[in-house]
Each structure stands twice: as structure tokens, then as C-alpha cells.
Design a protein around this ligand. Structure first.
Ligand code: AMP
Length: 588
């Protein structure tokens, strides 16, 4: 397991030195060298991508050359662009018989996310994209398919549904991508995949991406890929001693709350001399504006700036005039950056080496350092890989609450006042206290403190940031074990799974509920069918689903209690293995 995780994240080529010099303006030579043409390069420039990630560097040239590909890469490595960019370029060159490309993904979230990404990358090429997934009204999908789209991004169940209705015709498809293939199999889509692929022409280009390559993925690759290029993944560990000793913390937060989480973390950590890393120029600019808007002295540095601008920013940072330097990897590379109190990863970098390089900016020369990473729930598996690389634990912490923030602000005010009291030299203000002597001294002091907190932004209205339960690898195993032993009862008795209906997720206890689903072994139900139905129909991340018990005529699925009623409602209306089933809370 350890090796496998390392492999997922540790691409053969680490950060390339060839593009170490940031481009000041114009297209990134990194992407152009891969064979991408002007319209896509222009889009990447607008998106602020400064250089290809390792998987992009490896996958784009062979895909452009028309090769089949078997790629091992997890979410967060930039794999979507790795297949979408060549796919878009290739279909832009042919007479388009629609759809020209099909991307299969395991969940509706991913269908939406990948659909948006393909749309974004294909903007200049005027390629039309349609996400197709379960749980969404079929009418608009039918219309769009009838009008014709170039790229369909679909979950297997819904794709098959459309194929059977005759509304999705794949006879002219030139490119097929299987994204997160291992997850599709885990969700019980193996038969659907085969049925869909059988509808596609024999001569086509196929790319398969998977975070892991177990034998059953290899078997699919063997059946459907022709002479594929394999993205080779080295397993070399980072040399001993290269990982600095810093305290590493991660916060897992859903995408829409990432900026708020960054602000919260910066403010609670008191990150006063910090480097904040982003993946793109665009993000650097957005994050800098957001932090500056909250009263922080933040400055951006990226490859889109002139040398003069970058020099000025660096001088201000070294002089301590800037608290937060917000940078891309390319811009930070080769810079003489002084020791900083915190390195904050607003985005997880695309390889473990880059992570180690980033956090090497703190904790130098025996000083204390802290590395903070803000992580998308889908990127959690990369965390374990980073632990292996840094040979140190990354502690996943709950996002500080508004109360935590307020408490920290008061602590800081107290410390500042005590410092002033120690230093003395407050005589100039004593006459003012005299003038306020009509009020009790404690009231006057409290009012002065209130003004101080307000001046520091401490009275700003703050919202709580919703917690995301942490992925439970045990859950995944439970489900897989269940399938291998043909659906016998599976209840976990391990330490992570107390019998109280609670589950430990990332140091938090999540209340679980047991949901009865009126279909079982007799109907050929497998755990993957239930996971697939809940994930796709009820829009629940599959990692949140707990133990699954399959009996002859019914099944029981553990789900977070807070989601149980929604899941019951949605699943009650959905079809599982082609039939509607009764769904309710399970009572012993
Ligand atoms: P993925 O692994 O495809 O989910 O991509 C993860 C994130 O990386 C997405 O937010 C992309 O927009 C971003 N990304 C992909 N390629 C690059 C790149 N070359 N430079 C900067 N950001 C990238």
C-alpha cells in the first residue's frame, strides 16, 4: 500500500529544471514544447498555467501522436489537462462527427468537474462539451445530445441508459478516456464499461487513467488498449535528509470554501512571514487580492511579471514590509527567499518533490517551521504519499471555527498590550485616561481594546467553514472485502468503527445511520451497486459511505446520519439494478 501510494504521486520526472526560468510574457515554452498549438497555449496562458505538471509532460506528446495510453495518476496531479488538451487538439483537426470523444468518470461530481475543465481548455477551439450523469433530469440531456456535442463526459450508468435509448451514438467516437478507472470498478461499473466500449468503433484512441493499477485494471487495459504507452512511475524515495523537519498540518475543505479557509488559517496561525503557494498565476492574483482585502500585507509574485516588478516585490518581502508572499512554483524557484515562519500550500503541488521543495523554505537552520496545506477532499490520498516522502506525519486538523479565530485575536491583543506595558513609555496617553475619568477605568480599558480589535479587522463578520469528513481507507476496504466474499454480512469491529453507530473521521466523530435498502443478494446486488447508486443519485462522496451488509432480500448501508434522510428520499425514487426499491432507516 505504502509503495503504491508513493508511486501514484511520484512521477518519473520531478520538477523540470529546463523551465526553471519563469517566462515573463507570452506562451509557456513548457507547453509549446509538448506539441500543443496556439489556441490551447493561449488558453493556458489565460488560465495562468506556468508549466506542465509531470503527468502532462509525459502524457501529452504520445496522446497527440495518437497513441493509446495507460496512466497512473491521482486527482491533483493535473491529469485532466493531460488528457483533455491533446484530445481537444486532435478533435479540432478532424471533421467533427458528433460526439468525437467520450470521457467516462465514476461520479456525477467528477462528470461536472471534468466537463467544466474540458470546456475551459476548449474555449478557443469552440468545442462543445456535455456532462451526462445520473440524478439529473434526462430531458435537457436528450436535447443537447440531439443538437450534437463534441465531447460527452459521462458516468457509466447514465451513458448506458442513453445508449439503450438510442440517444448516445458512439459509432464515430475517435477518442475514449476512462478516468479514475479503479474507482469505476470499485463502484461496480465493470459490466457497464464493457457494454459501453462495445459500442465504440474498433479503431479509436483510448486512454485509461487510474490512481492504482491492480490486475483487474491491467486486464481492461489489455483488452481495450492497443500497444499503449505506459506512464512509468518511479518509486525512488526522496533522499534521506532532504525533507526538512517542519510541523505539517493539512485542512480538508470543499472547493468553494478554500479561500475562506486560507484566510482563517493565516489569521489563526498568525502567519506573519509566509509564503503562500498557488498553482496558477490567476490564483496567485486572486489570493493576493483576497488577503489584501482582509487587511494583510500580501504581494504576488509569478512568471507573468517583469523582472523589475519581481525584484521590487522581493525587496519588500525581505525588508519585512510584506507579510505574505503569494507565489507560483516557477516564480519561487531560483529566488533567494529568506527563512519564513510558514509555508502555506493553497494548492497541493503536482508532485511530492515540489512539495518538499516548497516546505524547505521554512524550518531552516534549526528554527521552527510550519507547513500548512489546504486540500480538496478528492486529493486526500496524496497526503499519505507526502507523509512517505517527508517521512513525517501530516496532521489533519479541523478548520478553525469563528470562536477559535476570536480567541486567537484576543490572545494577540493581550500579548500586544502586555508588551506595551512591559516597555513602558505610555505617559503620553495618561492625560487621555484622565479626561475619561468619568468612566470606570476598566470600562475605558475595554473600550480601548475594542477599538484595537476593530482596527485589526477582528470585528469582521465571519462565517463558519463547513467541515469535510476525512476519507476513511478502512471504508473502502470494507466495501471491497464485502464484494470478494460474495456479499456476506460485513460489520467492522476494528478500533475505527465503534459499535455505537459512530465513525471516526479525521479526528472527529461522525454520527452514522443505518439505511435499509429493500434489495439484496437474491437480486444480484453487490456493494458496488449500492455505493454507485448512493454516490451518483444522492450526490454523496463514496468515501463517506460506511459498512455495507448484504442479506438475501435486503441490504444495510451505513451513511453519515446528517445525510440519511436525503439519501433515503433520493434512493427511494431511483432505480437500483433497474428496479425501484424500498429505502428507509433500519431498525433492528
Ligand atoms: P486534476 O489533477 O486534473 O484534478 O488537476 C488539479 C488542479 O490543477 C486543477 O485545479 C487544475 O486547474 C490545475 N492544473 C492542472 N495543470 C496545471 C498546470 N500545468 N499548472 C497549474 N495548474 C494546473
Amino acid at each position: 500500500m505504502a509503495d503504491r501510494n508513493a508511486a501514484e504521486y511520484h512521477m518519473k520526472h520531478g520538477p523540470s529544471s529546463e523551465s526553471a526560468t519563469p517566462t515573463v510574457t507570452g506562451f509557456s515554452p513548457g507547453f509549446a514544447a509538448l506539441g500543443l498549438e496556439a489556441p490551447l497555449l493561449a488558453t493556458l496562458e489565460t488560465l495562468g498555467y506556468e508549466e506542465p505538471t509531470p503527468i502532462q509532460r509525459e502524457a501529452i506528446p504520445p496522446l497527440l501522436a495518437g497513441r493509446d495510453l495507460l496512466g497512473q495518476a491521482a486527482t491533483g496531479t493535473g491529469k485532466t489537462a493531460a488528457f483533455a488538451l491533446p484530445m481537444l487538439q486532435l478533435i479540432s483537426h478532424v471533421v467533427r462527427i458528433r460526439p468525437s470523444a467520450l470521457v467516462l468518470v465514476p461520479t456525477r461530481e467528477l462528470a461536472i468537474q471534468v466537463g467544466e475543465a474540458v470546456q475551459r481548455y476548449g474555449k478557443e477551439l469552440r468545442v462543445s462539451v456535455l456532462p451526462v450523469y445520473g440524478g439529473q433530469a434526462i430531458g435537457p440531456q436528450l436535447h443537447a445530445l440531439k443538437r450534437g456535442v463534441d465531447v460527452v463526459v459521462a458516468t457509466p450508468g447514465r451513458a448506458l441508459d442513453h445508449i439503450r435509448r438510442g440517444t448516445l451514438k458512439l459509432q464515430e467516437v475517435r477518442i475514449v478516456v476512462l478516468d479514475e478507472a479503479d474507482e469505476m470498478l470499485d463502484m461496480g461499473f465493470a459490466d457497464d464499461l464493457e457494454a459501453i466500449l462495445a459500442e465504440t468503433p474498433k479503431v479509436k484512441q483510448t486512454a485509461l487513467f487510474s490512481a492504482t493499477i491492480p490486475p483487474r485494471i491491467r486486464a481492461i487495459a489489455h483488452r481495450h488498449l492497443q500497444n499503449p504507452i505506459e506512464i512509468t512511475i518511479a518509486k525512488e524515495p526522496v533522499k534521506a535528509g532532504t525533507a526538512p523537519r517542519v510541523q505539517q498540518t493539512a485542512y480538508i475543505v470543499a472547493r468553494p470554501h478554500r479561500a475562506a479557509a486560507l484566510a482563517r488559517v493565516v489569521e489563526v496561525a498568525g502567519a506573519n512571514s509566509s509564503l503562500v503557494f498557488c498553482r496558477t498565476r490567476l490564483e496567485v492574483d486572486e489570493v493576493t487580492a483576497m488577503l489584501a482585502g482582509r487587511g494583510h500585507r500580501a504581494e504576488a509574485i509569478h512568471g507573468g511579471m517583469s523582472q523589475g516588478q519581481r525584484d521590487r516585490v522581493m525587496q519588500a518581502f525581505k525588508a519585512g514590509q510584506t507579510e505574505l508572499l503569494v507565489a507560483t512554483d516557477v516564480a519561487a524557484r531560483g529566488l533567494d527567499i529568506p527563512q519564513v515562519s510558514h509555508v502555506i500550500n493553497y494548492d497541493l503541488p503536482s508532485s511530492a518533490e515540489v512539495y518538499v521543495h516548497r516546505i524547505g523554505r521554512t524550518g531552516r537552520a534549526g528554527r521552527e517551521g510550519a507547513a500548512i496545506t489546504i486540500l480538496d477532499p478528492r486529493e486526500q490520498r496524496l497526503l499519505r504519499t507526502i507523509e512517505q516522502h517527508t517521512k513525517a506525519r501530516v496532521t489533519v486538523m479541523p478548520i478553525p471555527s469563528v470562536a477559535d479565530l476570536r480567541a486567537k485575536q484576543l490572545d494577540r491583543v493581550q500579548a500586544a498590550v502586555e508588551q506595551v506595558l512591559r516597555d513602558g513609555q505610555v505617559d503620553a496617553f495618561k492625560p487621555l485616561v484622565e479626561r475619561l475619568s468619568a468612566h470606570p477605568p476598566a470600562e475605558v480599558a475595554a473600550a480601548a481594546l475594542k477599538l484595537l480589535v476593530r482596527a485589526q479587522g477582528g470585528e469582521r463578520l465571519e462565517q463558519e467553514i463547513p467541515a469535510v469528513p476525512v476519507r476513511q481507507p478502512e471504508f473502502g476496504r470494507l466495501i471491497r472485502d464485502a464484494r470478494h466474499s460474495s456479499g456476506l454480512a460485513h460489520r467492522s469491529s476494528g478500533p475505527d468503527r465503534p459499535p455505537t453507530g459512530r465513525s471516526r473521521q479525521g479526528g472527529r466523530t461522525v454520527e452514522m445511520a443505518r439505511v435499509y435498502v429493500g434489495v439484496g443478494r437474491a437480486a444480484g446486488i453487490r456493494p458496488g451497486d449500492l455505493v454507485g447508486a448512493i454516490a451518483n443519485e444522492a450526490r454523496v462522496n463514496s468515501s463517506l459511505i460506511g459498512a455495507i451488509e448484504i442479506e438475501d432480500r435486503f441490504s444495510i448501508v451505513d451513511v453519515p446520519a446528517s445525510m440519511a434522510s436525503d439519501i433515503i428520499k433520493t434512493l427511494g425514487r431511483a432505480r437500483i439494478k433497474g428496479r425501484t426499491v424500498s429505502v428507509r432507516l433500519f431498525r433492528e
